[in-house]
Ligand binder design. Structure first.
Ligand SMILES: Cc1ncc(COP(=O)(O)O)c(C=O)c1O
Length: 361
């Protein structure tokens, strides 16, 4: 039987044909009209006033921090349970990440603990909508406003997910998306900054293009870098955007299938997920013997992946003396099951059969 991967990107004929047309059109490959069209579609889909694409989600977060003028001497509060790019972007901007625990209901940053972590050096909070789920970002926004802090949303996993009426990534001062291969749509690598603030958008565009005051000339009034996209990625992104609604719907169907088929399995837990607002990116379950189940699925040719280690336990951060109990509990028990939107119902049934077999052994 064919192996089932935990996640796979999905490109097909439309991307190949569009790329061929583009390459034969004499384009310069670097970012231009195709990139602008991809940005326009992302802004329209998310409702953001501005969308600025960059080389990756990590660089989008870094660019947003630089546009917000955050750097050396500044502290930025981040959740302990996230992909390591969140705090690493803070480091890349020259600031210091300060970690707080997540809340069990959503695995988002614990807002009460954010309040307790604010110091005179705090300049910003990064909210991570892990797996498309969100908590009360409006309350976090009010807390930030009360302390004169910037709010940045890491919505790398949240394209197609909403907090009430707002697309995630559009509630804070700035928000970031990622188009790396495991994401619901991908451009190979890539990321985007969303904002409704005209001045921040202008700053971010300048910083991503060497600090140029306008395109194509060499007058610089700001320190900037080269975080530019390419039109080859733009072409792929436009085709992927056309498929996005179908894929988001399919992710919700796959989530529902897992829930139904694993409902009676004692020992498997899910995080509550409101499919009216959330398009789950990865199908996450929580159980005691996570590594045992992963090994069992591997023997059946089924891929899975453990949820991120807590950041404070990563050697890179050397903060093992700290303790964040919710982050530790969900990290040690969390497993991502096969999650690609191209999974068939039969494949999901095969994965669920493997999980049931493990629990009945
Ligand atoms: C929450 C989160 N933030 C940031 C990133 C970084 O994005 P990229 O891989 O595009 O740099 C990821 C990537 O998976 C992520 O999941």
């Amino acid at each position: 039987m064919d192996a089932i991967q935990q996640i796979e990107p999905w490109f097909d004929r439309e991307e190949a044909d569009a790329l061929q047309r583009y390459m034969l059109s004499g384009g310069w490959v670097t970012e231009f009209r195709q990139t602008e069209e991809f940005e326009r579609r992302l802004a329209e889909f998310t409702g953001a006033g501005h969308c600025i694409v960059t080389t990756s989600g990590t660089i989008s977060l870094t660019l947003a921090l630089l546009a917000l003028d955050i750097g050396p001497g500044d502290e930025v509060i981040v959740p302990d349970l996230t992909m390591i790019a969140t705090p690493n972007a803070v480091r890349l901007a020259g600031a210091r990440p300060v970690f707080v625990d997540v809340e069990a209901a959503t695995l988002n940053i614990d807002i009460a603990q954010v309040a307790a972590a604010v110091t005179p050096a705090t300049r910003a909070v990064i909210h991570v909508s892990l797996n498309g789920r969100s908590n009360d970002i409006t309350a976090l926004r009010a807390l930030c406003d009360g302390h004169n802090l910037r709010l940045l949303e890491d919505a790398a996993q949240s394209l197609g997910s909403f907090s009430d009426a707002h697309h995630l990534g559009t509630i804070g001062d700035m928000g970031c998306l990622s188009f790396s291969p495991p994401k619901v749509i991908s451009t190979g690598q890539g990321g985007a900054v969303l904002t409704n603030d005209d001045d921040l958008a202008i700053r971010a565009r300048k910083i991503k293009d060497f600090g140029r005051t306008r395109g194509g000339h060499d007058v610089h009034d700001t320190i900037g870098y080269n975080f530019k996209f390419t039109d080859v990625q733009g072409v792929i992104g436009i085709e992927q955007m056309k498929k996005l609604p179908w894929r988001l719907n399919r992710k919700k169907e796959i989530w529902s299938l897992y829930r139904e088929r694993l409902a009676g399995v004692n020992g498997v837990e899910f995080v509550e997920t409101d499919l009216d607002r959330v398009a789950p990116w990865f199908m996450d379950i929580y159980l005691d013997d996570r590594d045992g189940l992963a090994a069992h699925l591997h023997r059946l040719g089924i891929g899975s992946r453990p949820v991120y280690p807590p950041i404070h336990r990563q050697e890179a951060y050397d903060l093992g003396h700290l303790s964040f109990p919710v982050s530790e509990r969900f990290s040690s028990r969390g497993l991502w099951l096969p999650s690609s939107s191209q999974l068939s119902d039969d494949q999901v049934a095969r994965v669920c059969g493997g999980v049931r077999e493990f629990f009945s052994a």
